[in-house]
Design a protein around this ligand. Structure first.
Ligand code: HEM
Length: 183
């Protein structure tokens, strides 16, 4: 059962990443359409080609959430977790129905994009449990949650990028302008 729990955690993380890829692929489809329509006309075939990956991968994510539910059941994660997994599967069903509806009525597409973020939000928080807890006690550990500490570390690195910018750009070496570049 312990092994199933571990698989469940990593599966949730994998699904969260897959949803990120899925949102990214919708962006690809949109920009592909923008690119191919200028100059137009944009054919149905060209449009669909840009969304081929998105359409197929969406159904895979749906199957992925069914697997997550089975893992939650198998690992006996309790009523709340299993309930949330059922809700996630239903959210994916809604998402697919919205995609079908959106193809005939563009306004339904608004909800297809918003539901994507509900799915990402749930999977994003669920998968932080992958990191688990520190196994030791220390005075500076206000929380033992590894994910929180990782987030703090990333925040520090993010701000150091700006704070240290004057320092590291001063050390940046600039290559001479190539001859082919004319001013
Ligand atoms: C959890 C995230 C998402 C999932 C699981 C998902 C799933 C799907 C699926 C299964 C389809 C194909 C429906 C069919 O067979 O006709 C589809 C189509 C589509 N999705 Fe998503 N989607 C997600 C996020 C998004 C986002 C964020 C956008 C845009 C902002 C988007 C835009 C579209 C569009 C425009 C289509 C229609 C493409 C076409 O006509 O071929 N999707 N989506």
């Amino acid at each position: 059962m312990g092994a199933l729990r571990t698989i469940h955690r990593y599966w949730a993380l994998l699904l969260a990443l897959a949803v990120l890829v899925q949102i990214g692929s919708a962006g690809y489809g949109a920009f592909n359409a923008a690119d191919k329509s200028d100059p137009g006309p944009l054919s149905e075939h060209q449009f669909s080609k840009g969304f081929d990956f998105h359409d197929g991968f969406g159904y895979l994510i749906f199957i992925g959430t069914l697997v997550l539910l089975l893992l939650a059941l198998g690992a006996r994660l309790g009523g709340r977790r299993v309930g949330m997994s059922v809700a996630l599967v239903l959210l994916l069903v809604v998402q697919i129905l919205l995609a079908w509806g959106g193809e005939g009525h563009a306004w339904i597409g608004i909800f297809h994009s918003i539901v994507a973020f509900l799915i990402l939000g749930y999977l994003g928080t669920e998968s932080t449990t992958v990191w688990g807890q520190f196994g030791f006690d220390a005075f500076f550990l206000d929380t033992k949650d590894r994910a929180t500490w990782l987030a703090r570390l990333c925040t520090v690195v993010y701000f150091l990028f700006f704070i240290l910018m004057p320092w590291y750009t001063a050390r940046d070496e600039v290559k001479p302008v190539p001859e082919r570049v004319t001013h």
